[in-house]
Design a protein around this ligand. Structure first.
Ligand code: HPA
Length: 269
């Protein structure tokens, strides 16, 4: 708790006690969401007890700002498990958001299409996940003041937020699809055999993030939704080799659509 207090004290000293109610985590290539948004920027490297993020395509700072009259905090880049962060380090910001007053979390990510009916640039509203990371961010002593030892996961992706997102997509004429996200640790992309197995298990998209954050948010009783942007076909779905550069470029190209949708959702929460 001392750690959390030190982090909160630092953030509050910069933001003058700004109280966000909505948090947004931006995935690979989606940084343009913050263009034209003004507020308090805080580099992760300045924040006590935050890990550091240095993956290409991520900025590595928090932005506290108003969007559609709502107080928000935007995470520009996340802490991945594959970077060597522990699960606790990767999800620490979610605990901070809760303490700052956040009650709604919008997670975004770049993902590979496992379902052969999906296309590059599709936006998938995640209705459930498969945690294939082989670990869980809640392992360890449970802090009962924050959440339950064995949290229920049946509404991890909040049904009310899912309805709002669907209506917003309709308003914007975005063909929003629904699907199941399967998380691996990475950093190697999957083999074709793994992708075939994941399809049989019920996965529509695959990625290397988001599930730890969603689990911790659910534990903290923060209403959560996840949007995946399909940046590539998963291994074996097309003949192309996968490259991180392709993921970033598709993210950048299609990012505006995701940005517009997030802003519309924030307006309607
Ligand atoms: N696999 C895993 N993670 C990803 C992918 C993928 O194909 N695309 C973007 N993130």
């Amino acid at each position: 708790m001392k750690k959390i207090k030190e982090t909160l004290d630092y953030i509050n000293s910069i933001t003058n006690g700004f109280k966000p109610e909505i948090a947004v985590i931006l995935g690979s290539g989606l940084g343009s969401f913050c263009n034209n948004l003004k507020g308090y920027n805080i580099p992760y490297n300045d924040i006590p007890h935050f890990a550091s993020s240095n993956v290409k395509g991520h900025k590595g700072e928090l932005l506290f700002c108003k969007i559609e009259e709502k107080n928000c905090v935007i995470m520009q880049g996340r802490f991945h498990f594959y970077e060597g962060n522990s699960m606790q380090e990767a999800t620490y910001p979610i605990k901070i958001f809760k303490q700052l007053g956040v009650n709604t979390l919008i997670i975004t990510n770049a993902a590979g299409a496992v379902n052969k009916n999906l296309n590059m640039g599709d936006i998938i509203l995640i209705k459930d996940h498969i945690n294939f990371m082989g670990t869980n961010p809640l392992i360890g002593k449970n802090d009962d003041s924050m959440g339950e030892r064995f949290p229920d996961m049946s509404n991890c992706y909040n049904k009310n937020l899912i309805e709002i997102a669907k209506n917003c997509a309709k308003n914007l004429d975005i063909d929003l699809k629904e699907g199941v996200y399967l998380a691996t640790t990475g950093p190697s992309y999957e083999t074709a055999a793994e992708i075939n197995a994941f399809r049989i298990l019920g996965a529509d998209v695959v990625g290397m993030s988001s599930v730890p954050e969603a689990i911790v948010a659910n534990w903290l009783k923060i209403k959560t939704m996840t949007l995946s942007l399909v940046t590539n076909f998963a291994t074996g779905v097309s003949q192309n080799k996968l490259s991180h550069q392709e993921v970033i470029e598709t993210g950048k190209k299609q990012g505006q659509k995701v940005s517009n949708l997030i802003k519309e959702i924030i307006k309607n929460i």
